[in-house]
Design a protein around this ligand. Sequence first.
Ligand code: F6R
Length: 241
Amino acid sequence: MEYIICKNYEEVSLLGAAILAKQINKNPKSILGLATGSTPVGMYKKLVEMHKKSGLDFSEVKTFNLDEYYPIKKSNDQSYDYFMRDNLFSHINIKKENIHLPNGESSDPDKECAAYEKMIADAGGVDIQVLGIGVNGHVGFNEPENELKLATHLTGLTKNTIEVNSRFFKKIEDVPTKALTMGMGTINKAKSILLLITGKSKAPVVKKLFSGVVTTAVPASFLHLHPDVTVLLDEAAAELL
Ligand code: F6R
């Protein structure tokens, strides 16, 4: 696991976008694994700028998002489907049929998860997976538990994640308590991984991540077992290293 400490959020966003743009320019048919949350918003803005100003071409790119609340309507402005359209997809030339997120409207979540896992494999696997990390060490919605699931699955959100995510909802009761998420195995099958971590609130979990152990108490620690992970940190997130 390599890490790069950038000055601030802006620099993390710029470097993250440059890494993704390099991948797309190298292989216009790249398969990107994408994340939501506040951290990648700046990077998505930069990618939109690169598309508009320098013609970064998404016409052959395919995307698979990490996770989606369950159940949730795509039209709900807190769904990850809505978030991705709002922050990225509506502003670039990606084809609708090349965009994939776990379907929060599915009536059969287990079937949906198995189909999602197969779709990723059939597409040839993710070339670069973008990740954020929760203050509790989660990646996707793989929460700290005794066991971590390998494949895409339906999961419950921890009290901590519900509280943290309630900042986006009118009231905490509105936060969905379940989600569909790629598993740690799905994530670690990506050919490369780009983990973005910014802000002081993440400093304690960054310290745990780099403490030299792999533990289900910090699901992100399993990324140490992947051969090609780049972590972009800002100085605030890196302050306890
Ligand atoms: C989002 C996701 C989550 C977030 C994490 C950090 O698709 O899977 O694991 O990456 O909760 O969220 P932010 O960036 O809002 O701190």
